[in-house]
Design a binder for this molecule. Structure first.
Ligand code: GDP
Ligand code: MG
Length: 597
């Protein structure tokens, strides 16, 4: 296609406002997907996305649309709405010139409507505001129009009305995309510059990279070079993204496509890298993406210690499709070799663990998550602590700082009381309270990140019956009374169960953890003491009394085969146990911690 006939756009909105459903209607209207292939939220093709009903990955797809006697090529990128995946959104935006900003007519503007809008404005995108779900009984079209005009300063006529369910307004949206979003700029004859914005591992094809061509043309068979890694490859296949990959002879400036190069190792492809030609290279790489800052850290270990290398390969492959995941090797006395991983939040952590299990068939143990702290030693050294084992001993420690965030909550006035109680209980301070309209209020709090990362979202939902939306941004580190709490089994420290925690929370957390472990540890031939400690001070304790009889005793001497079977069974069970000093700990004990709040 000629560059003036290309439009690149994404759909942004608060979660559940109908992005994926609108994408369905656009694909249907443009006959991109046949009736037979059509299903609800067709772009959410990952098993986990379908199960959870949420978009986790950005999904790019190309459509053709006839308008005014011309055929336009529209590249649509559907994006996730959850805070944990905003890095996916910001990369998608870099490939676009415009965005549909969708607002649910029954909900109005919500926290992520605003944060995603700001992301889009940062990328200078043309914004097309759309009020969705106008078919619903509770649609408040006039009120939501006012909110949108207030927020983006547009004219009332600029706002489109649609129903992604019935298809109303879809044609107007397509027209607006062609008329209002500018075509990409770029020179198809200049040296190639293509920005990689996503990639994935396919077990048959190897690494597939998705890119937006800014300048030049990428042809099948070209010798290409990845500018940042300096590596060279053959472009074995190039093409466009439809429901499946569709090969083409070339991808020209302004367009979005994929490349398959026979890359073997996942670590060679980096999101944000620029593809150019070996023979006619560009002068410089396109400015890539801002480095992601993980918010939550946890260890991931293979259940069977011998699967470490395999797990590493799988993590690298997963990282291809999840640029926000970071990891580095870590060793634990209790769990052996594994990885210290960084995540954008708890949902991200859960998704990574599930994808490792489902897509890569790895069984893993995840350890207690924590945020990143800064510790200063008495000698004035500054230490970044992403792992409880990195925290200096109390004797060397001068002070600790923890990350704070600014939380924005939009809700109905009747829930202010509950939200205040919740946030103050989470060590938060109210900074501002502001009525957007008589029935909608915005509350701003400053809170420790660690307090919102774990169960804040669920609590907020239940305290407001779902009538609160929430978004947050880091605002730096503040001094705080953070301690390292250890768990001891018969006096031996279990490093994988250590946690970094605010002193005011330690006692309760320690007690609950000891109780939980008491339930989970099998009785053994001797008494087991389970203790929670801060330094040398014990803050909680439980005992498991000794098992009195040998299990084989009841198979009186005679029946040898039965006795052997029982021993066999015990051995099987032991495989899934980890030996801590004298005590055997089942795998599930390491997971139990995650279920305590
Ligand atoms: P996303 O999180 O923004 O991608 O939202 P989804 O597309 O997954 O939609 C969330 C829910 O809203 C789904 O149950 C949709 O069926 C529903 N939905 C989306 N658009 C409309 C609409 O225009 N009208 C009605 N009644 N429901 C809609
Ligand atoms: Mg979606």
């Amino acid at each position: 296609p000629r560059i003036e006939h290309i439009r690149n756009f994404c759909i942004i909105a608060h979660i559940d406002h109908g992005k994926s459903t609108l994408a369905d209607r656009l694909l249907e209207f443009t006959h991109t997907i046949s009736e037979r292939e059509m299903q609800e939220q067709v772009l959410d093709d990952m098993e986990l996305e379908r199960e959870k009903g949420i978009t986790i990955k950005s999904h790019a797809i190309q459509m053709e649309y006839e308008f005014g006697g011309k055929t336009y090529t529209l590249n649509l990128i559907d994006t996730p709405g959850h805070v944990d995946f905003s890095y996916e959104v910001s990369r998608a935006l870099a490939a676009c010139e415009g965005a549909l900003l969708l607002v649910d007519a029954t909900q109005g503007i919500q926290a992520q409507t605003i944060s995603n809008l700001y992301l889009a404005l940062d990328h200078d995108l043309e914004i097309i505001p759309v009020i969705n779900k106008i078919d619903m009984e509770g649609a408040m079209i006039d009120e939501v129009k006012e909110q949108i005009i207030d927020l983006i300063g547009c004219y009332e006529e600029d706002i489109l009305l649609a129903s992604a369910r019935t298809g109303a307004g879809v044609e107007q949206i397509l027209k607006a995309i062609v008329q209002r979003i500018p075509p990409p700029e770029g020179d198809p004859d200049a040296p190639l510059q293509a920005l990689i914005f996503d990639s994935m591992y396919n077990s048959f094809r190897g690494v597939v990279a998705y890119y937006r061509v800014f300048n030049g043309t990428l042809r099948k068979g070209d010798k290409v070079k990845f500018v940042n890694t300096g590596r060279e490859y053959d472009a074995d296949e190039v093409g466009i993204l439809r429901l499946r990959l569709e090969p083409r002879d070339q991808i020209t400036a302004g367009n979005v496509g994929y490349i398959i190069t026979g890359i073997k190792s996942a670590s060679e492809v980096r999101v944000g890298d620029t593809i150019t030609l070996v023979n006619n290279p560009c002068q410089e790489a396109i400015k890539g993406f801002e480095e992601v800052k993980p918010m939550v850290f946890a260890g991931i270990f293979p259940v069977n210690t011998e699967d470490y290398e395999e797990l590493r390969e799988c993590m690298e492959k997963l990282k291809l499709n999840d640029a926000a995941l970071t990891f580095e090797p870590e060793t634990s006395q209790a769990l052996g070799f594994g990885f210290r991983c960084g995540f954008l939040g708890m949902l991200h952590m859960e998704i990574v663990q599930e994808r490792l299990e489902r897509e890569f068939h790895q069984s893993v143990i995840t350890t207690v998550p924590n945020v990143s702290f800064i510790a200063y030693t008495t000698k004035g050294e500054k230490i970044i602590v992403n792992n409880p084992s990195e925290m200096p001993d109390p004797g060397r420690l001068s002070r600790v700082e923890e990350p704070f965030i600014r939380a924005q909550i939009i809700t109905k006035p009747e829930y202010i009381g509950n939200i205040m109680t919740l946030c103050l209980g989470k060590r938060g301070t109210l900074i501002n309270q502001h009525y957007l309209t008589p029935t909608r209020v915005e509350l701003i709090f400053e809170m420790p990140l660690t307090e919102i990362v774990f169960d804040f979202y669920d609590k907020l939902k239940s305290q407001t019956r779902g009538y609160a939306s929430f978004d947050y941004h880091p605002i730096g580190y503040r001094e705080s009374d953070i301690v390292k709490m250890d768990i001891l089994l018969n006096g031996d420290k279990v490093d994988a169960l250590s946690a970094l925690i605010h002193r005011s929370r330690a006692q309760e957390f320690g007690r609950k953890l000891c109780e939980k472990l008491k339930e989970l540890l099998p009785r053994q031939q001797f008494q087991i003491a389970i203790q929670a400690a801060i330094g040398s001070k014990i803050i909680a304790r439980e005992n498991i009394s000794a098992l009195r009889k040998d299990v084989t005793a009841k198979c009186y001497g005679g029946d040898v085969s039965r006795k052997r079977k029982l021993l066999e069974k015990q051995k099987e069970g032991k495989k899934r146990m980890r030996q801590i000093g004298s005590v055997e700990v089942p795998q599930e004990a390491f997971l139990a911690v995650l279920k305590i709040n």
